[in-house]
Design a protein around this ligand. Structure first.
Ligand SMILES: Nc1ncnc2c1ncn2[C@@H]1O[C@H](COP(=O)(O)OP(=O)(O)OP(=O)(O)O)[C@@H](O)[C@H]1O
Ligand SMILES: [Mg+2]
Length: 360
């Protein structure tokens, strides 16, 4: 179980300073437009991943009148995580008081899933978003995944550098290719094994959510190179093409999830709301699998669900999330908009957000 028992946020967007004790189950942040609800979710996301889900850079999150932002959380297992970020300077991240050079350890302690108005980009956007989705799972399930993934990135960067030279050094290229094939094989193995466990769980969740066309919906994992050739063969046969582009055209960086309804891509036939249900099912399935495979519960950040789904779909998404038993952070403009989605027995902590001030 991952659970935040105390959260302290300073100078993130319009939130100047807040210290809250969230419930282990449901937390609802309600308030007017622009009051700071999404900013609170953003602060949690920033702490867990180093990234915002609204901007590619972190500096815009720092309150206009402050020099730095800080987010600190205490977890139910006694872990303490702290992050501070000053303008134009590198962040400082600590876990248990120890400086962290990257987010690997923190991300493992705080597995997060986000459902917001951009979530449908998982279907609509390019392969990168689906690859990231898949890699989230592979990262949490297999500790060696990130190392192999980094190794494959390094090989690709070096290979691409060689390909961009006037005369390609074939000997050096062969050395990087061998290393790339090894790393790519491991990355593909982890992704494939994760996907094999995820696909059936996703199918169950999607049909429990009454997802449309569930009997015609299919998901396939594509590894990024020809299914009937080895990567070594593909790389060897595409040197001239790759050097023309100055970049390797096949490999694990081209992996993809192909999501279809019948023969069409799901994004081409499902309505926006139907896509939201599909994306919710994908994200709920990942949380389910994490708790099954790693005995760990995801924290879900759910931004403005009432605006995204109709009443029936909202109720079924919420009930699936509650069934998982992890910690949930909802935002809503209306205090009561979500109430009908929660059964009476569920303990709901309500927080009012007003001009960046959060009160329980
Ligand atoms: N760096 C910043 N410093 C101070 N205020 C900021 C900064 N960046 C954004 N804001 C403001 O912070 C406020 C909070 O925005 P936020 O998106 O969290 O609101 P919200 O409660 O989610 O609103 P909505 O219901 O419209 O989604 C907005 O008024 C925004 O203009
Ligand atoms: Mg918002």
């Amino acid at each position: 179980m991952s659970e935040i028992i105390r959260l302290n946020v300073s100078s993130v967007r319009n939130i100047q300073s807040t210290d809250i004790k969230p419930s282990a189950a449901v937390n609802v942040f309600f308030g007017e437009n622009g009051s700071g609800k999404t900013s609170l979710l953003e602060a949690i996301h920033l702490l867990a991943s180093g990234k915002s889900f609204r901007s590619s850079k972190v500096d815009p999150l720092i309150n206009y009148e402050a020099d730095s932002s800080a987010v600190y959380a205490e977890l139910h297992n006694g872990y303490r995580v702290g992050l501070s970020k000053s303008r134009r300077q590198k962040h400082e991240l600590h876990l248990q008081g120890q400086p962290q050079s990257n987010w690997e350890n923190v991300a493992r302690e705080l597995p997060l899933q986000l459902l917001d108005s951009n979530s449908f980009l998982l279907l609509e956007g390019g392969p990168r978003s689906r690859r990231k989705y898949l890699d989230w799972g592979a990262f949490h399930v297999e500790h060696s995944f990130i190392e192999n993934w980094r190794r494959s990135r390094k090989c690709l960067a070096n290979r691409n550098f060689l390909l961009r030279q006037k005369r390609v050094d074939i000997k050096q290229l062969a050395a990087w290719d061998a290393e790339l094939c090894d790393a790519a094989g491991e990355v593909d193995r982890s992704r494939h094994s994760y996907f094999s466990a995820l696909a059936p769980r996703f199918a169950e969740v999607y049909s429990e959510l009454n997802g449309s066309e569930s009997n015609r919906l299919s998901i396939h994992y594509l590894r990024g190179w020809d299914s009937d050739k080895t990567l070594a063969e593909v790389l060897a046969s595409s040197v001239s093409l790759d050097s023309r582009y100055g970049a390797t055209q096949s490999g694990p960086h081209r992996a993809e999830l192909d999501i279809r309804v019948g023969r069409n891509r799901a994004v081409e036939v499902l309505s926006r709301g139907q896509q939201k249900v599909l994306v919710s099912a994908l994200k709920i399935a990942q949380g389910d699998l994490l708790s099954k495979q790693r005995d760990r519960k995801c924290i879900y950040l759910i931004d403005d669900l009432p605006a995204e789904l109709d009443l029936r779909n909202r109720a079924s998404v919420v009930s699936q999330l509650l069934r998982q038993g992890g910690q949930l952070f909802f935002t809503s403009v209306e205090q009561k908009a979500l109430n009908s989605s929660f059964p009476d027995a569920v303990e709901v902590a309500m927080f009012h957000v007003e001009r960046g001030i959060i009160t329980a």
